[in-house]
Design a protein around this ligand. Sequence first.
Ligand code: PLP
Length: 393
Amino acid sequence: MGTHDELRFETRAVHAGQEADPENGALMTPVYLNSTYLQDAPAVPRQGYEYSRTSNPTRTALEQNLAALEGGEWGLCFASGLAATNALCDRLVPGDHVVAGNDLYGGTYRLFVRVFSRYGIDFTFVDASDVDAVAAAMTDRTRYVYLETPTNPLLRICDVRACADVARAAGALTVVDNTFATPFLQRPLELGADLVLHSLTKYLGGHSDVVAGALVGNDDALREDLAFYQNAVGGQLGPLDSFLVLRGTKTLALRMERHCANARRIAEYLAGHPQVEHVFYPGLPEHAGHDVAARQMDDFGGMISFELQGGVEAGKAFSSATRIFALAESLGGVESLVEVPPLMTHASVPKEEREKAGLRDGLVRLSVGVEHVDDLIADIDRAMDAARARATG
Ligand SMILES: *Cc1c(COP(=O)(O)O)cnc(C)c1O
């Protein structure tokens, strides 16, 4: 990576971690479908590789590429974003405490509350866009401050630098799930975070054809600890999936520029639409987190949520009537998607918790793709007619 440090993001995205094969000149990183490696003597692996659960050259290439994009020293790739979060939790012992945002990816909430709280780990969920609420929740057992920004699905913005200061003062690590922003828009390590977590399934993969996750950081001891759990538990990313994500990160910059431009146009369109009660998009000046987002992000991303007049019925009608926006969970692919979080991605969060976090039943979430924006707006227009017919009919 060393030589890549001075290069710009777009160039690192294409080249970091990837060198032509010294044997045959192949430019793309091969998919190393092997489980084991030659040793020169017992316990003396020829090139440092022993067994592919522990490490694999295709995965190494992706790990170096992600580290270069996030401005970190190292990366570790996992079978999914949740496997990466799991590895973080594997380091905790009974009595340890985590302060987490209250507007998290639904599966993260489920992992914390349904799995790790059974092992005696305590979680406190707070509105992490309020730094004082984060500070008030810290205890002397707090090991992580776990943030998403922008949050999912309400696109709230947490001030990473301020939260990292609070965490550091209390001896806790700051973890930022950077899935929504991607390193093209936001680099949490530069803002003082200790670890970045990704669901590579989303923008970094970018084509909705792979499930993968990663952790990126700077501290070597932390890497050793996390790599121990990755190897001991076995949640590593396979070589073919590593290859697919590497193919995705090459075009991350290009895709993000279009995602952002399209989303801005659509957010403005929705904000002026008579059937829309509220638009959640950090790029809108009236968004509560706009100033912090403008400071810590380079643009505002491709995700938009909005509340429709007519509540959940209107949301159902809207999301069933689009033709380009496919009704599906997930996000971050080149194709546009629509979903109804309380019924789909966030159904695992109890209604009471959802409402406490401000997630109302009529919410609709868009993952704005890279299609032509005029086609997307025409599609939204058509679905608005269906939502209105449902609301009045
Ligand atoms: C999808 C997602 C996850 C979980 O990642 P998987 O790859 O599905 O396991 C975590 N955080 C965010 C913000 C996500 O969107």
